[in-house]
Design a protein around this ligand. Sequence first.
Ligand code: UDP
Ligand code: MG
Length: 319
Amino acid sequence: MSRASGSFRLSIVVPCFNEQEVLATTHARLTAAGRPIPGADLEIVYVDDGSKDRTLELLRNIAATDRAVRVIALSRNFGHQKALSAGLQSATGDAVVLIDADLQDPPEVITEFVARWRAGVDVAYGVRKRREGESRFKLLTAHAYYRMMGRVSDHDIPFDAGDFRLLDRAVIDALLTMPERDRFMRGMIAWVGFRQEAVPYDRAARVAGETKYPLRKMIRFALDGIFSFSATPLRLATYLGFFASGLAVIGVLYAFFLRLTTSAVVPGWATLLIAVLFLGGVQLVSLGIIGEYIARIYGEVKERPLYVVREKIGFDEPR
Ligand code: UDP
Ligand code: MG
């Protein structure tokens, strides 16, 4: 294949968790957007992330009627980021697009991704200019989170970018050599390097169905991002330690000063209690932070596979 012109294999990876309401629409839109791209030999890889509704059944039907479709069914719900990894592992494209099943990210943007890729960009990532149909709470927390990540992370993870992006084969091969279990894909892709470029777009509301990221999962995901890509929280404990010791020294000097210059005595037990509680709190939080890292080390050393595949559909058909 030639990247600047000519034909190439384009894979689209779609993680699906209980997406029965949108799948038919999604497949139609993806096909309509992907097929006309000049030179693209299209492959769509749906990953069923242990859905409890009719998602897998619908995917089976889609695969039976469309030879471009492949389906990987995971043995249970492993989570969005692992589903993406499963899709990347099986995608055969020279360029691979990651997109959500709910059509919040318009498939039409893929044309622009491919144009950038043709021009030599290795990672074309979507950056959200506007977001429709999200709660104020989600917008606000997302905004704050991206900025905070920018400060604490050791790598430049782009602001307001999700997982909607195109990856060159070289980037995918690099990603596949990374064995970590806490997979914060956008961070891992930033770590890999290569030529990366932002493509601004407007994010739509979900076409149908509910978000599959309840607050609990969102918090977990946010913490994954921080703890997998930054050691700053560990340093925080050190800084707090210095700060508390500094306060103590000032307190001692102040008490001496009062004792020598006046007859006043530093008043009593409330100060003491506050100091003890403050230090106790700081120590517990620091322990918690260390625990968070240890839990992740524990998860890594077990070296379990990232996910388990129950079934693969459409992989052995000749193309
Ligand atoms: N998803 C998944 N496994 C999960 C949760 C979500 O594969 O455990 C998929 C989901 O089907 C969708 C994508 O990840 O294609 C993004 O999820 P969602 O749209 O619910 O997240 P939001 O856009 O609300 O952040
Ligand atoms: Mg969504």
